[in-house]
Design a protein around this ligand. Structure first.
Ligand SMILES: [Zn+2]
Length: 887
């Protein structure tokens, strides 16, 4: 699954900082919780299903469906009850058929709290094979879980399409089942569908028969043995494009009329399938692989890897020539490769339980990055690994963090596991270990692991064992240190002594924490790579808290050279001075790594906060665009810390604009034919950052272009359209807001319409923010846009948005997918700089969140406390630096 992504506008205008508190509006809005869901420990293992034959008849008009299922199962030891999972289903005609044809009628008990259905038989069933059959009815949801509907606009009026989303625990809302990842079975799916619609599932269609009254009966081929969360059904007014790769039919399925926007997605499937058939050494086993595009959005996810039928929201799969940017094109590629990597890591070989979810998500994150770097070197996405690591470390450096491998007991805890630790730290640890054993040994280990566990389930040590055998080098201890304990190692470079043409480095290992300076550091075995400018890379493993390394050459020596290590580096005064002097000669990725460390260590009080400004101020104009992007983000973050203090903020802004304006002057508003992808991205980031810092000329130019209208391709090129509209929306007065509102209402393209409703929610004017909140509670924006709008309001007005959401909790709960609810409210409040919010969050959690699901609340509180600490302790250092510079 791909987590919900953020738009460039939100990033540029609403974000506070490149730290965890800096989650953008959209990220922040992932979450919330209905009743206190503590369901699910695992089902009894005395009965095991082997096959499901499911027939469903959706009634889209009344948001309900009828189902019939026949489950072939084995009773492994005598029992008088069969327990499986079911939620919001109503049963009729349940029956158990024995091998010799006897029919037993069970007594049925439903347990809503534990999400189970128990079929009781009065007397023990002997071990052996049976078929459990039942009829049932269920509901069609308005948010993206279970079987759900998305309503969308067309020129011909409103339409409704149906899709399913089951990860992590929502297959049980579609079919009574053993809905746990390590209980795999095969599936036959039949759907009675409107004759004019297209039905899509994991497998190709076996037969489609007209059964009269405008209904057709569509039967799909039997699926391979797989986990329930991978089952998929889509139904609507679709069209499909296909191609063949290595004997597999690849397809893209879109709403009718949108197929022309799917070429990039089809190309990504083509490249990735061929690449992964080779990389994994096991050929993709299904006859087809579709990627299905749906309008709308979810607070929880952007795309889902259902086997043979990947689901993606349109914003992450289609390229609309009117609004899509190079950033969108890159997201489409990386999302498609992420989901296709899951066809192996996740679908063919599945984690045994949610404890090891990172085996799915960390691996897909790493694989998507690797594949993007390989096929699109011109995007220069290699430097993004540093950003991924930063996202993980921001989360991993507060007390509420957790190990990559963690204990999961409840459905809600499983949902909360889809976080930066599982994805980004998981991916970063893989990058580090691949670097440690070498890419060839790593791949050989992965291939052996795939062969051995195909169609089965694993735990992390199965992967480590395979890689260790392939590498002939012990990695188990290092892997355990980084996955079984939480936190971020801190490598301090105590001394760098030059003698005889080489440098001797002395290290100590501590722990980087943002909220527990007094903490006794954990111990890791840390693979450390170092390199002097122009010299060879050397490495060691720092163990037991100390280490040393002799590096050829003297001068600026970079620790964590290449930046594949998951740790922070704190240089002593002399080594840092040498690096600052030689900064321009370092590889871009090391420059970025050093700036990121300097920022985080400065904000955490381990260096002067202003050390980052020294680096930013001296950054060469022709530095890699990723570095300028980092500077733009960090200066915007510092600006956020000045909120409410206009005189100090004005002095800071003068400096920040003096740094960013020359960088923007080199790039300008107008695209040039030779612009690289990173330059194109940087253009939008700098425009957004300058506008956010109050650059009147940039804001005026955005307004001038916006006034030309969206059809003026010179004033509003696709690459800048959402950036310009975002600036106008952020700075809107009531009349402008009304104009945007009218545009959103009139728009017929779902992708653009959704974006416009999001824009209405980013206004910095409080009265307009209030109007956006009111609008979000109406049916007008569309059921899947409203929660995102509330989240977007919280970008500039966290306290207002939180109070509003809480005051309308029943209405808001209905607008958030069930899997995101435990995070939604804390996410909205987490951007606050008001101490009172801490109490409000605690109060909210006490009343509405199960004790086992309060991590998101505690993390939001930790971020607010950290923000207050930065304002009080770090910003005076920034002020002193500015004063000294001015004086
Ligand atoms: Zn994923």
């Amino acid at each position: 699954m791909r987590r919900t992504l953020v738009t460039a506008i939100a990033l540029a205008l609403c974000s506070a900082a490149p730290d965890a508190s800096a989650q953008t509006a959209a990220q922040r809005s992932r979450a919330a919780n209905p009743p206190m869901l503590e369901a699910t420990t695992q089902l009894p293992r005395n009965v095991k299903p082997s096959h499901y034959a499911i027939e469903v008849t959706p009634h889209a008009d009344r948001m309900a469906f009828d189902g019939k299922v026949r489950i072939s199962l084995d009773v492994l030891e005598p029992t008088s009850t069969i327990v499986l999972q079911a939620v919001n289903l109503t049963f009729a005609n349940s029956m158990l058929t024995t091998r010799d044809g006897r029919k037993l009628t069970p007594t049925l008990t439903l347990d809503a709290q534990n999400q189970t259905a128990t079929f009781a038989f009065g007397a023990p069933l002997a071990a052996g094979s049976y078929v459990l059959s039942t009829d049932y009815t269920g509901v069609i949801n308005t948010q993206a879980y279970g079987l759900f509907a998305i309503d969308y606009d067309t020129e011909a009026g409103k339409q409704r399409a149906l899709y399913t989303q089951f990860e992590n625990s929502d297959a049980r809302k579609f079919v009574p089942s053993w809905d746990e990842p390590n209980i795999k079975a095969t599936f036959d799916l039949t759907v009675n569908a409107p004759a004019g619609q297209m039905a899509v599932s994991n497998m190709p269609i076996t037969s489609s028969t007209d059964v009269g009254k405008g209904v057709k009966r569509v039967v799909f081929q039997t699926s391979p043995k797989m986990s329930t969360y991978l089952l998929f059904l889509g139904l609507g007014d679709f069209e499909r494009a296909t191609d063949m790769v290595d004997g597999t039919e690849i397809g893209v399925v879109t709403l009718k009329g949108k197929l022309g926007q799917a070429a990039g997605a089809l190309e990504a499937s083509r490249l990735a399938l061929r690449e992964f058939n080779d990389y994994f050494g096991v050929k993709y086993p299904l006859p087809k692989l579709d990627n299905i595009a749906a309008p709308g959005r979810s607070q929880f996810f952007g795309a889902m890897e259902n086997w043979g039928a990947i689901f993606s929201f349109e914003y992450i799969l289609l390229v609309d020539p009117k609004v899509s940017t190079i950033g969108n094109v890159q997201n489409i590629f990386s999302t498609a490769t992420h989901e296709i990597a899951h066809q192996w890591f996740g679908n063919l070989v599945t984690m045994s339980w949610w404890d090891d979810l990172w085996l799915n998500e960390g691996f897909a994150t790493w694989m998507a990055a690797r594949t993007t770097e390989k096929f699109h070197p011109e995007w220069n996405t290699r430097l993004r690994a540093v950003g991924g690591r930063e996202a993980a470390m921001a989360r991993d450096s507060v007390a509420t963090t957790h190990p990559v491998v963690q204990k999961i007991d409840t459905v809600e805890q499983a949902s909360q596991a889809f976080d930066a630790i599982t994805y980004s730290k998981g991916g970063a640890v893989i990058r580090m270990l691949e670097g440690y054993v070498g890419a060839d040994a790593w791949r050989q280990g992965v291939r052996a692991y795939m062969r051995k566990h195909a169609y089965g389930n694993t735990v992390s040590d199965d992967l480590w064992g395979a890689v260790q055998t392939a590498a002939g080098k012990p990695i188990l201890d290092i892997a355990h240190d980084f996955t079984l304990q939480p936190g971020v190692p801190l490598i301090t470079v105590d001394a760098a002594t030059c003698a005889g043409g080489s440098t001797t480095l002395q290290f100590t290992q501590g722990e980087f924490t943002r909220d527990r300076p007094e903490k006794t550091p954990l111990r890791w075995r840390v693979p450390v790579v170092a390199q002097a400018v122009g010299g060879a890379r050397v490495d060691t493993v720092v163990a037991g808290g100390k280490g040393s390394l002799v590096v050829p050459r003297c001068g600026a020596v970079v620790v964590n050279a290449g930046q594949s290590g998951y740790y922070r580096t704190l240089y002593g005064a002399a080594p840092f001075a040498a690096i600052s002097r030689g900064f321009a000669t370092l590889p871009a990725i090391d420059q970025l790594g050093i700036m990121s460390d300097t920022w985080a260590l400065g904000m955490g009080g381990l260096r002067l906060a202003s050390d980052y400004l020294d680096l930013a101020h001296a950054l060469p104009a022709d530095a890699d665009p990723a570095l300028w992007s980092d500077v733009a983000g960090s200066l915007s973050a510092l600006d956020g810390y000045y909120g409410g203090d206009n005189p100090r903020r004005a002095r800071f802004r003068t400096f920040a604009l003096s740094v960013l304006r020359p960088a923007f002057a080199r790039i300008g508003w107008t695209a040039r034919s030779g612009d690289s992808a990173p330059v194109q991205l940087l253009r939008t980031q700098l425009i957004g950052a300058l506008a956010g810092l109050g650059d009147e000329a940039v804001i005026a130019e955005a307004r001038r272009r916006f006034a030309q209208g969206p059809d003026d391709a010179v004033a509003m090129p696709a690459a800048l359209r959402s950036t310009i509209t975002g600036i106008v929306a952020y700075n809107a007065d009531a009349a402008t807001w009304d104009t945007l509102h009218a545009m959103a209402k009139a728009e017929k393209t779902p992708l653009i319409k959704d974006q416009l409703y999001g824009m209405l929610a980013i206004a910095k004017d409080k009265a307009l923010a209030q109007r956006a909140l009111q609008l979000a509670l109406t049916a007008e924006p569309g059921a899947t846009n409203s929660a995102g709008m509330i989240g977007a309001v919280s970008g500039s007005h966290p306290d207002l948005a939180f109070d509003f959401a809480l005051a309308h909790r029943a209405q808001v709960d209905a607008l958030v997918d069930s899997m995101s609810r435990a995070r939604f409210y804390p996410g909205i409040g987490s951007g606050s700089s008001d101490k009172a919010m801490i109490r409000k969050l605690r109060d909210y959690a006490d009343k509405h969140v199960a004790p086992t699901s309060r991590n998101a609340t505690e993390t939001a509180i930790a971020n607010i406390e950290y923000r207050l600490k930065v304002r009080e302790q770090r910003m005076p250092e920034i002020d002193a630096w500015l004063k000294k510079r001015a004086g």
